[in-house]
Ligand binder design. Structure first.
Ligand SMILES: *[C@@H]1O[C@H](CO)[C@@H](O)[C@H](O)[C@H]1NC(C)=O
Ligand SMILES: *[C@@H]1O[C@H](CO)[C@@H](O)[C@H](O)[C@H]1NC(C)=O
Ligand SMILES: *[C@@H]1O[C@H](CO)[C@@H](O)[C@H](O)[C@H]1NC(C)=O
Ligand SMILES: *[C@@H]1O[C@H](CO)[C@@H](O)[C@H](O)[C@H]1NC(C)=O
Ligand SMILES: *[C@@H]1O[C@H](CO)[C@@H](O)[C@H](O)[C@H]1NC(C)=O
Ligand SMILES: *[C@@H]1O[C@H](CO)[C@@H](O)[C@H](O)[C@H]1NC(C)=O
Ligand SMILES: *[C@@H]1O[C@H](CO)[C@@H](O)[C@H](O)[C@H]1NC(C)=O
Ligand SMILES: *[C@@H]1O[C@H](CO)[C@@H](O)[C@H](O)[C@H]1NC(C)=O
Ligand SMILES: *[C@@H]1O[C@H](CO)[C@@H](O)[C@H](O)[C@H]1NC(C)=O
Length: 545
């Protein structure tokens, strides 16, 4: 979506005054920051990867959340900036209170204007420019800390849980599970789970145990192949996550139930990639028929079964890795559905605390889903930072302009390179840059982890996978898009011993990002994706009293 459409949508939902105020304030903050940006010094906070910019004793980048700083902005500009509570409010208006009624009409039809990321199959040079010029940096940038606050807020707000139309035994089971998770026994260490990787090891461990003991999933038999129920068609390539999940879900002996009254979750087994391949009419710039196809399916489920109506869809979920999936499923019946999306963009349609982030895994061979996992140990990683890829989106051209012809030999920033060299660099670099393409997600995040390279995520508003349990800042670096010119400074400011610890954590987190051919393995990608959905369900179930 381009800048203007975005602005218009915000206006429609949050009110003109708020948006104008917001824009004024953003300008004020930007001007304020520029004033302070004379001699920036970067620090990466010890214990986690939060990048802060400091000058003398002023913490500038973090200060978007610092009330003292905001007050000083007010004093110098005469404009009262938004505090973090107010930023949340705007976002809540945008997402959380989105009722099907309100959004059905005013979001307009699927038109060329919302088709910003057509598949880059044949890279025609004029098309590329079209993409680049259309997309700009998002207006509001949500930090990882703010995302964490948003999830806490949603999970503790009973208003975000829908009362079921009628009660069921599963409601009680979910309620018990939530109480057990909240009152989990304290666990300080674990043989297979490395404590520093998690926001709270005790909570995650308990939640995972309960997943294994309790969760039952029902899969509707309805749905025509190949869009539904045909994972074999999507086991390789960059959208393969949805295929692997579908295959392992539909053949799970542990989690499936044939009795829908026992199910805590209902899985809609479709592939967003095959939907696009089969139904998108080239050059039509319209997704209307794709949206209709899915809507017809939901209508069938709604009319033929009582389960959707019981919870208004809030116990139904799907996984979708194609770029278009969030837009295709943002309206109407999907309002309560748990969407597991690769394109997890909190600045757009992703609802933190309800939707979950699906890892993008690029699979070259279905026989070897994790590639040649491994890489050099820290002392043998001689390259500071590596990136290679096509110039999709607006971030990568900025990255390449600044760093591809730099005199610093430790920055290896390229356009497209061959696959073998690409893997070689990942194994020999300290940091691997995961810069957004047309959309926020990139297979580089999982690749970096599997090759033991500390991910440097340059993708504002990207919600990293499993972030409800993983403390991403403990093993990855998040560099705001506007700090690309300072990338090297930020990375060299990370002390070596801290780097070594981060890299160690990357190796420890690998188990959560691996597929296993045949039976899934405890804590692997399949289970972690299912856990995300389970966790969202448990903390959004309606709890009277
Ligand atoms: C990261 O470090 C900063 C500064 O030390 C701290 O305020 C923040 O709470 C830390 N985040 C986590 C998740 O530990
Ligand atoms: C910057 O803020 C972090 C916490 O956000 C704090 O730990 C650190 O000491 C601050 N640095 C300075 C120089 O004030
Ligand atoms: C907030 O900013 C002020 C100055 O701008 C600084 O003195 C103070 O330490 C900061 N507080 C935090 C929690 O970062
Ligand atoms: C943020 O602003 C709102 C509305 O102006 C106010 O009610 C709230 O107390 C503020 N929060 C903080 C932490 O200052
Ligand atoms: C959407 O498309 C339909 C049919 O083309 C049209 O009747 C309707 O007015 C459009 N709605 C909007 C909001 O553009
Ligand atoms: C929930 O909704 C009620 C009624 O609209 C409101 O009074 C209450 O403050 C809300 N609770 C929260 C936590 O927002
Ligand atoms: C983790 O969660 C448990 C259970 O809710 C709680 O007792 C404990 O204090 C939490 N630990 C941390 C570090 O927040
Ligand atoms: C849906 O229900 C109708 C009426 O009971 C039935 O005729 C139809 O076969 C069902 N459709 C599917 C796909 O099960
Ligand atoms: C579910 O609700 C919808 C709309 O309220 C209704 O049309 C449909 O028949 C209901 N489904 C069942 C199975 O009763």
């Amino acid at each position: 979506m381009d800048h203007q459409t975005r602005g218009l949508r915000l206006m429609g939902q949050a009110g003109t005054c708020r948006v104008v105020l917001l824009m004024v304030i953003v300008v004020a903050i930007v001007l304020g920051l520029q004033y302070f940006e004379l001699t920036p010094i970067f620090i990466v906070s010890p214990g986690n990867g939060t990048v802060s910019k400091v000058r003398d004793s002023n913490n500038i980048t973090k200060s978007a959340e610092n009330e003292t700083f905001l007050a000083s902005q007010e004093a110098s500009t005469g404009i009262k900036p938004l505090n973090s509570t107010e930023v949340f409010k705007i976002l809540e208006h945008k997402f959380l209170n989105d009722s099907p009624k309100a959004s059905g009409q005013d979001r307009g039809n699927e038109t060329a204007s919302s088709l910003h990321s057509l598949p880059p199959k044949i890279p025609q040079s004029n098309k590329k420019h079209e993409h680049m010029s259309k997309k700009k940096r998002p207006l509001v940038v949500i930090s990882i800390t703010q995302m964490n606050n948003m999830i806490m807020k949603r999970h503790n707000d009973p208003n975000n849980s829908l009362a079921p139309q009628w009660g069921s035994k599963v409601d009680e089971e979910l309620k018990t599970a939530r109480n057990n998770i909240k009152n989990a026994d304290l666990v300080k260490t674990d043989d297979t789970l490395y404590a520093p990787l998690y926001h709270n090891l005790s909570t995650f461990k308990r939640s995972y145990e309960l997943l294994e003991q309790t969760l039952k999933v029902y899969v509707y038999a309805e749905g025509d192949r190949p869009i539904f129920h045909q994972p074999e068609a999507i086991m390789e390539g960059v959208y393969a996550s949805e295929g692997w999940f579908m295959k392992q879900m539909e053949s799970s002996s542990r989690f499936l139930t044939k009795d829908p009254t026992k199910a805590h979750l209902f899985y809609l087994a479709f592939s967003s990639r095959i939907l696009q391949q089969k139904l998108y009419v080239r050059e039509s710039h319209s997704r209307t028929n794709l949206v209709k196809y899915l809507r017809d399916y939901i209508d069938l489920i709604v009319s033929n079964y009582t389960f959707w109506n019981r919870t208004r869809g809030s116990d139904h979920f799907f996984t979708a890795c194609h770029d278009w999936a969030p837009a295709e499923t943002r309206r109407g019946p999907y309002m309560n559905c748990i969407r597991s999306l690769c394109n997890a963009d909190v600045g757009k349609d992703f609802v933190v605390g309800k939707d979950v982030s699906l890892p993008t895994t690029k699979i070259s061979s279905a026989q070897k889903p994790n590639g040649n996992i491994g890489g050099n140990r820290p002392s043998k990683r001689t390259i500071l930072a590596f990136f290679a890829g096509s110039l999709h989106g607006y971030v990568r051209p900025i990255l390449l302009n600044r760093w591809s012809s730099t005199p610093e030999p430790d920055m290896k920033i390229f356009g497209r390179i061959d696959h073998k060299s690409y893997i070689g660099y990942m194994k020999r670099s300290r940091f691997c840059v995961c810069a957004k393409g047309y959309e926020v997600n990139s297979p580089r995040v999982v690749e970096s982890i599997l090759y033991g390279c500390v991910p440097v995520i340059i993708s504002d508003n990207f919600v990293p996978p499993f972030f409800e349990v993983l403390d991403w800042e403990s093993f990855a670096v998040f560099v705001p898009e506007k700090e690309i010119p300072n990338l090297r400074k930020i990375l060299i400011s990370i002390p070596l011993r801290r780097y070594v610890e981060m890299q160690r954590r990357v190796l420890k987190v690998q188990q959560h990002f691996m597929w296993h051919d045949g039976e899934p393995v405890r804590y692997d990608l399949f289970h972690m994706i299912l856990h995300s959905v389970w966790y969202s369900r448990v903390f959004q179930t309606f709890y009277p009293n």
